[in-house]
Ligand binder design. Structure first.
Ligand SMILES: Nc1ncnc2c1ncn2[C@@H]1O[C@H](COP(=O)(O)OP(=O)(O)OP(=O)(O)O)[C@@H](O)[C@H]1O
Ligand SMILES: [Mg+2]
Length: 307
């Protein structure tokens, strides 16, 4: 072997050693919980649920980073009336650091705009992935929950986020097409989680006309999942159809902040309570491991396996 080939081989060995070390570290559980919000049908309220859930969680003393992982138009800044200058792509290319990319939405709530960075995640080589994880690693100490809002549909990007997270929360409305598409997501998630370990799958019925309608939808979805997919899914609760939500969207502020006494805000408060019970239960026996590093490794693992 000539000198330069030997040097290259040493570099490759060193890189493999660093990657292995990070992989080992990624198995050490972190504290950060990851929750992905997704749906089958579009426009069912994912972004609204994400933003307002984040505000309610923050009210309970949690620190939340809200990742806008919609591959299409950025949703969250539209809903919150904030303008994001930078996004995940700037973290990936190293041109900005985390504090420059995060946008503060409220006390203890920060938005991490995904932008074109979400697509780039799928193509990161291990070195760049490790660099990204490094630049995000302070979140492990600074935040309690990474809440991920995804775009509509069940394309690979959305599913990867759902499967990688500790908890996947599916949003449906009482509309038959929305329930059918939610069932479709469960079917695909079932397939993806079988090979990737156990995941919590929960769902919320948004725009319900009453709590009992929410329960009826929940019953149908749960029964179908159990009977045809042998899958157990937790019903977190419903959010009532509420004109205050539409009003807040027009004003571009979270309804939870703007109308804290509205029926929808009340529902969000209840959801937080239930969701907390579920994820706290899981924390006791967390397998696979929690934490930011473990999440990002799971997120990109499928991709690396193909290399
Ligand atoms: N509980 C509710 N009551 C009344 N209207 C609601 C409620 N939830 C959502 N909406 C309405 O539905 C619209 C779509 O909500 P949102 O943008 O959160 O959906 P989405 O699932 O994120 O959409 P996309 O799939 O395009 O990302 C909102 O603009 C709002 O007007
Ligand atoms: Mg959205």
């Amino acid at each position: 072997m000539n000198k330069s080939a030997a040097a290259l081989s040493d570099q490759a060995k060193e890189l493999r050693r660093i990657v292995e070390q990070h992989r080992q570290e990624s198995r050490k559980p972190g504290n950060l919980r990851t929750i992905t919000i997704l749906s089958g049908k579009g426009g069912v309220g994912k972004s609204n649920v994400s933003v307002n859930l984040a505000c309610a969680l923050a009210e309970r003393g949690k620190k939340i980073v809200l990742l806008d992982a919609d591959l299409g138009l950025a949703n969250i800044d539209m809903l919150c009336g904030v303008t994001a200058k930078y996004n995940l792509a700037h973290l990936i290319d190293g041109s900005k650091d985390l504090d420059e990319v995060l946008v503060e939405l409220a006390h203890n709530v920060w938005i991490l705009p995904g932008g074109s960075g979400i697509k780039e995640l799928a193509d990161l080589d291990e070195t760049r992935l490790l660099a990204l994880i490094e630049s995000l690693s302070v979140l492990e100490d600074r935040a309690d929950i990474l809440l991920i809002d995804t775009g509509a549909g069940i394309h690979r990007g959305v599913l990867t986020f759902a499967v990688a997270a500790d908890t996947a929360v599916l949003i449906t409305t009482p509309e038959p097409t929305s329930i059918r598409d939610a069932y479709g997501v469960l079917k695909v998630l079932k397939g993806s989680t079988e090979s990737g370990g156990k995941r919590d799958i929960a769902f919320i019925v948004n725009m319900a006309n009453s709590e009992s309608e929410g329960l009826e939808v929940a019953d149908r979805l749960r029964k179908a999942a159990s009977q045809f997919l042998n899958l157990s899914v937790n019903y977190v609760g419903c959010i009532l159809k509420d004109h205050f939500v539409e009003q807040a969207v027009r004003i571009r502020k979270p309804f939870y902040q703007l109308y804290p006494d509205s029926p929808a805000a009340d529902c969000i408060r209840k959801l937080v309570h239930t969701l907390f019970g579920m994820t706290a239960e899981r924390a006791v026996n967390s397998n696979p491991p929690r934490g930011l590093k473990a999440f990002f490794f799971r997120l990109t693992r499928g991709h690396f396996a193909e290399r």
